[in-house]
Structure formats: C-alpha cells, structure tokens
Design a protein around this ligand. Structure first.
Ligand code: SF4
Ligand code: SF4
Length: 155
C-alpha cells in the first residue's frame, strides 16, 4: 500500500538543524568540517524500525506484503502536522474509491499522485499509519496519527 501526506506540512521537509558542536567529535586536523561520532536520535529510530520491519514483515512489494493490507483506506486520507503531532483528516485522496477503499491508479500511484509515498521506515517513524494497520502491528512504542473529524479545507 501507500501513504499520503501534505508535503508542505511534512516534518521531513524541514531542513535539519546542524548538530551542536558539543555533540560532535573533534574535527580532523586541517579540516573545518565537524566529525560526528554518533547517530542522531532520528537515525537510530529509523534503524530500529528498519530492523523490526526486516524481522517481522515480508519483503516490500511482495505478494505477502500486499496481502497484509486490510484496505481500511486510512493511509490514503490527508494528513497534516500540527506542532509535533500528525493529524489524520477526513478528506481522501482523489484517487481513492471510498466505497471499496481501493486506489484507482494503484500501479502508477507514485507517478499520478505526488503526495503518495511508499510505506517504509520514514512513514512509520513519523507515525503516519493508524495503530490498527498490520504494517505496524506489534512495533513497540508505535503511536499513530490523531484522527480528526475535519477535512483539509476545514483545518
Ligand atoms: S491497512 Fe494499513 S496500508 Fe492498508 S489501507 Fe489501512 S492503513 Fe493503509
Ligand atoms: S494515489 Fe492511490 S495509493 Fe496513493 S494516496 Fe491516493 S488513493 Fe492512496
């Protein structure tokens, strides 16, 4: 399956702040580039999710992967950042058949819909899938988006 988020509100779109000098190791002699000796918290969390996915989910895009989806359709509704929380809104992607919760352009979804993204560690790290989605079932500490009874136009 896939995932839809308003890109202008994406946390990932913000430029990463440079790490504080105190957290960096010493620069190489003669270099003005600081040497970072450890991962950021976000990088470590992405690694944790990646390892969990490799151990607990079928390979992405395999028939077994696709079969996990229960077609609740929630990942195809608009999502919006409000502060540090991701909101799951009531407005669907224009390609979503809201009766059967099927995508009308599934094979070409990433070409046809710029907001559509494949499910992967980045989506899971931001809490983009509902907690009852099978792709995050059993992931320790997972928190999904907050479901809000508003459309994008009402926000
Ligand atoms: S089960 Fe998960 S991947 Fe499938 S439609 Fe629902 S939220 Fe999306
Ligand atoms: S293009 Fe299809 S898979 Fe992607 S968000 Fe829209 S309905 Fe969902």
């Amino acid at each position: 399956m896939a995932f839809r988020i308003r890109s202008g509100e994406s946390r990932a779109a913000k430029p990463a702040a440079p790490p504080p000098a105190a957290r960096n190791g010493p620069a190489r002699p003669g270099s003005s580039v600081p040497l970072r000796l450890h991962k950021t918290r976000k990088e470590a969390e992405l690694d944790r999710i990646r390892r969990w996915m490799e151990k607990n989910l079928p390979p992405p895009d395999s028939p077994e992967w696709e079969a996990l989806c229960t077609h609740c359709g929630k990942c195809c509704y608009d999502k919006l950042w409000r502060g540090k929380r991701l909101l799951l809104l009531k407005s669907p992607c224009g390609f979503l058949d809201t009766v059967n919760n099927r995508c009308a352009c599934y094979a070409k979804r990433f070409e046809r819909e710029p907001l559509c993204m494949p499910i992967g560690p980045e989506i899971i790290e931001m809490g983009g899938l509902p907690v009852d989605c099978p792709y995050v079932a059993g992931l320790p500490g997972y928190q999904g988006p907050i479901e809000v009874d508003k459309t994008l136009d009402e926000c």
